[in-house]
Design a binder for this molecule. Structure first.
Ligand code: NAP
Length: 419
């Protein structure tokens, strides 16, 4: 029976940034009754802060150890994480993971295994580090219809954008700093290409709306091509460039999801979320807007979320996924449009991009930094040309939220007068 005093033996798989952060917090709180009984890592030659006899190099040993009450999976290999977590759930075990890439790809299968074999899977650390957003959506808002969930879910790209806008750093220098500080994923393109925040948006959609999205269907545009001209364009309008994930209920009741850079003004609480911090604005039908801000990455903040999950498991918590029972349909991209700003140093490339996106030649503008374009584009075209936009180094930011319909014509924005 679940008891909040029951001692637990933990099997820890992964002893990197998050694993060590979690371990360190536990050492400072010996009274919790949580013991890390086994630790699995990969590389036998790596120097470790603990004696070598504390480690195994075969994670399967932890899977096969029935004396472990909880498995904590915090490795940086999504495929191997899926193998380990799904095997543990097949054994009906209690599992905590932080692996958002793995969860976003395999959530339906993992939920099925959890139900079939009576195990439990919690993963608060996978979204926004220390911010308790999954439990907030899953438990607190379990029955409240949500208008939207919007947020900055990636600390590394937010750090880069903050350094570029506040200190005038160039992109490469700011990215190197984020990597040196340990905010960036092992593969930085996951952060800068907005793949990481897309995984988090997919996970939150399961709790906020009960919908299980395929990550590939969710538009993700990153900041790999952002430059000083884009930061200056935003600043001239009193705005900042932020990578914002949006889950939104449309007037027809369907849900739309996307993650792109957005030009945000001070009217948004996300405007003040800087450096490696994350922020989420949840807008409930009855509760109205609420804003959570906190550290989205790092050993201790993420370790704190892992600890909260282990303690919650001990109390018998499992996610309710209440909204799955009456989940709304997902709005196909065919019927959506987006007001965007685009820039590329080469006017010829930009002209070609306009044809891909079905934008008129009049969308092209010149300013002191060169050429850019703006106007309303069908979301479907952005999805179809996503890889080409990225490969050609075209920076794209939206200037608002997704709109139902594709027939909308760009209003000549007052802001263009500033160009
Ligand atoms: N870092 C963050 O702030 C943060 C925040 C939220 C979520 N996450 C997620 O948390 C997970 C861990 O991230 P991290 O930053 O802690 O990664 P990390 O610092 O690169 O550490 C990864 C750890 O996993 C171990 N590992 C890799 N493959 C393994 C295998 N097959 N068997 C056993 N151990 C294996 C590595 O072993 P070696 O030590 O031998 O190399 C290392 O200890 C990832 O899914 C990440 O997306 C991270």
């Amino acid at each position: 029976m679940a008891s909040d005093k029951q001692p637990l033996r933990i099997g820890l798989i992964g002893f990197g940034c998050v694993g060590q952060g979690f371990y360190d917090i536990l050492q400072q709180h010996p009274g919790l009754g949580l013991t890390v009984a086994s630790i699995a890592v990969k590389n036998p030659d790596k120097p470790r802060p603990l004696s070598a006899d504390r480690f195994t190099y075969h994670a399967d040993e932890l899977l096969n150890d029935p004396t472990l009450d909880v498995l904590v999976e915090v490795i940086d290999d999504a495929a191997e994480a899926f193998r380990l977590v799904s095997a543990a759930l097949r054994q009906g075990r209690r599992v905590v993971t932080a692996n958002k890439a793995m969860l976003a790809r395999h959530l339906p299968e993992l939920l099925q295994l959890e139900q079939q074999h009576g195990g439990v899977l919690l993963y608060e650390a996978a979204v926004c580090g220390s911010i308790p957003i999954i439990r907030t959506l899953d438990a607190y808002f379990s029955h409240e219809p949500l208008r939207s969930v919007r947020g900055i879910f990636n600390g590394s790209s937010n750090y880069v954008l903050t350094r570029m806008s506040e200190e005038g750093s160039d992109y490469a220098t700011a990215l190197a700093e984020a990597q040196a500080l340990g905010f960036a994923e092992t593969d930085p393109s996951l952060d800068m290409g907005a793949f990481d925040p897309r995984s988090k948006a997919v996970i939150l959609a399961a709790h906020a709306y009960g919908v299980l999205l395929n990550p590939d269907d969710v538009l993700n545009l990153g900041i790999e091509a952002v430059g000083a001209a884009d930061i200056a364009y935003a600043a001239a309008r009193g705005q900042k460039v932020k990578v914002v994930a949006s889950l939104q209920r449309l007037p027809n009741g369907r849900v739309a999801a996307l993650v792109t850079p957005q030009l945000l003004g001070p009217e948004s609480p996300l405007f003040t979320v800087e450096h490696e911090f994350n922020g989420v604005v949840v807008e409930g039908e009855y509760a109205g807007p609420q804003f959570l801000r906190g550290r989205g990455a790092g050993g201790h903040p993420t370790g704190s979320a892992v600890l909260a999950d282990v303690l919650a498991l001990r109390r018998g918590l499992r996610y309710g996924y209440t909204k799955q029972a009456a989940a709304p349909a997902v709005q196909p991209a065919e019927n959506l449009s987006l007001d965007v700003y685009l820039r590329h140093a080469d006017a010829g490339v930009l002209r070609e991009v306009l044809t891909w996106l079905e934008m008129p030649a009049t969308a092209l503008h010149t300013d002191v930094h060169g050429v850019h374009a703006s106007g309303v584009v069908p979301l479907l075209r952005l999805l179809q040309w996503r890889d080409e936009l990225r490969a050609n180094g075209v920076f794209v930011a939206r200037r608002g939220e997704v709109q139902a319909g594709v027939a909308a014509v760009a209003e000549p924005l007052q802001a263009e007068a500033l160009a």
